[in-house]
Write a protein that binds this ligand. Structure first.
Ligand SMILES: [Zn+2]
Length: 490
């Protein structure tokens, strides 16, 4: 048995000014890893591709990995990058195989295609009409009907923070392997609802998503091969942004549809609970100062790079400095020029930086605004580490050359490549122990809870500036199907 395993992961924020060339998927290499390099990168990791490798090896299959390409969320994927990645995968399938297992995000938008994954799957179907395809998706997938039409089995994460990537890979792979061994007959049902849950209200640690995901797991215990409720990714102005559900059963199409409809109906009746209402930043910082515990996590949630944020807006950081918060750390401002300036000045030097604020945000009508800030260069590092926590466990991370600017009150981490702080190793890579701080600013919304949730004594959500704003009135939706809740009263 020969299996093609591949990864193509990108969550596209169509409002983001951050470009997405092929280099963003290559992480410092000339092109994304393939073959033995991809195997080395992902074997033994807590990712869907890691699970595919294990499942294929256990089945005694010959493995081909034409590409493992993932990039941090950003704007529309450059067409050339998509053609390169999709081309590698389609070519490998064309060579002949018994099955295909794909680790895809599910919310990729390219310069030409609103549904990157659907286009990839349709191209695979054209060269291999009968070969079974198993797909693992992120919970933030914006599923188009095409994906559901082409996939044989499809499973998405049931946790946010995403700590079940590996399990999801297994849920996507087993029905395909079962079909190849004639031990099961996967049938798939799909559905959607026109609603865009706020990301700040999507965590599976909180209601109502907690209960919806628990129900999906119950359906699997009751016999479904996989049951997934997708919260969708709202910062994508494409027709099918929003919630969807996919259930795969062993030969029972009616049951699959009944389960999918139930998940969607539960979400729809609770749609108001998925709405988030931000409060003014000054009020949030005042509240943070009144808390007598440490550390207090300050979430700069409008500028999360894992949702396409530039990770260089300084509204929240500037307000922290103005409020004279002490014993604080900020993770992070992505600004390679500032890092280079600190490297040149050297360890221990006093510098004044024009920090962050390099990227305009035309989709929001906002100009970039750097922050003048002075301090001492406290640390200079290469920015590489491996995750220690439960999310993408063991995966190699690279925030590029990085440095710490110490203002006396705030230790500001400055990095060269965007990385969301969801793992304690990100802080340790720059020599900061967040548990000892009074305030820890994080450019994150939900994923920080995977690796840092346990040390947090309080959390304050801070409305700053950025293209993953939680204030939908800042976003101009033109293509998303209407009416859609909560853009329209429904
Ligand atoms: Zn996600």
């Amino acid at each position: 048995m020969k299996l093609v395993l591949a990864q193509m992961k990108h969550e596209t924020n169509t409002f983001s000014p951050v470009p997405t060339p092929l280099a963003r998927f290559a992480h410092g290499r000339p092109t994304p890893p393939e073959g033995g390099d991809a195997y080395e990168d992902f074997k033994g990791t807590g990712t869907a591709l890691g699970a595919f490798i294990d499942a294929a090896e256990q089945a005694g299959a010959e493995i081909v990995i034409p590409i493992a390409a993932q990039a941090w969320p950003s704007g529309r994927v450059e067409q050339g990058a998509f053609e390169y990645i999709a081309g590698r995968i389609v070519d490998a399938v064309k060579q002949g195989c018994d099955g295909v297992l794909l680790d895809l995000h599910g919310a990729m938008v390219t310069e030409r295609f609103d549904d990157g994954e659907g286009e990839l799957l349709a191209r695979i179907r054209r060269v291999a009409p009968k070969v079974p395809i198993g797909v693992a998706h992120d919970m933030h997938a914006n599923l188009f009907p095409a994906a559901a039409r082409c996939a044989t089995a499809l499973a998405g994460y049931q946790t946010y923070p995403h700590v079940d990537m590996y399990e999801t890979g297994t849920r996507a792979a087993l029905p395909v392997l079962g079909l190849l061994k004639n031990s099961c007959n996967p049938v798939l049902a799909f559905g959607q609802r026109p609603m865009l849950p706020h990301v700040m209200r999507q965590s599976s640690l909180d209601s109502p998503n907690k209960e919806i995901q628990a129900r999906a797991r119950e359906m699997e215990k009751a016999g479904a091969l996989s049951a997934t409720f997708f919260v969708g990714f709202p910062h994508a102005d494409i027709p099918h942004a929003g919630v969807s559900a996919v259930v795969v059963t062993d030969g029972d199409a009616a049951l699959a549809q009944k389960y999918a409809d139930e998940l969607l109906e539960t979400a729809w009746t609770q749609r108001e609970a998925f709405v988030y209402r931000p409060e003014p930043l000054e009020k949030s910082l005042e509240h943070a100062r009144s808390l007598g515990v440490r550390p207090v996590m300050l979430l700069d949630h409008y500028d999360n790079c894992a949702s396409g944020g530039t990770m260089d807006t300084t509204t929240v950081l500037g307000a922290m400095l103005e409020a004279r918060l002490e014993e604080a750390a900020a993770f992070a401002i992505c600004d390679p020029q500032a890092v280079a300036q600190m490297q040149e000045a050297g360890l221990g030097a006093s510098v004044t930086l024009s920090l962050g604020g390099k990227a305009d945000m035309p989709a929001l009508g906002l100009k970039a605004r750097p922050l003048q800030v002075s301090g001492t260069v406290r640390r200079i590092v290469d920015g590489e580490y491996r995750n220690e926590g439960p999310m993408a466990r063991g995966e190699r991370m690279d925030m590029g050359p990085s440095a710490v600017l110490d203002t006396g009150r705030v230790e500001i981490v400055v990095i060269s490549r965007q990385v969301e702080p969801f793992d304690i190793a990100a802080f340790r890579a720059v020599g900061i122990e967040p548990a000892r701080k009074r305030y820890v600013m994080l450019k994150s919304r939900v994923h920080w809870r995977a690796g840092l949730g346990e040390i947090a004594k309080a959390v304050v959500e801070c409305a700053g500036t950025g293209v993953c704003t939680s204030d939908y009135s800042q976003l101009r939706f033109r293509k998303v199907r209407r009416p859609a809740y909560p853009l329209d009263a429904m």
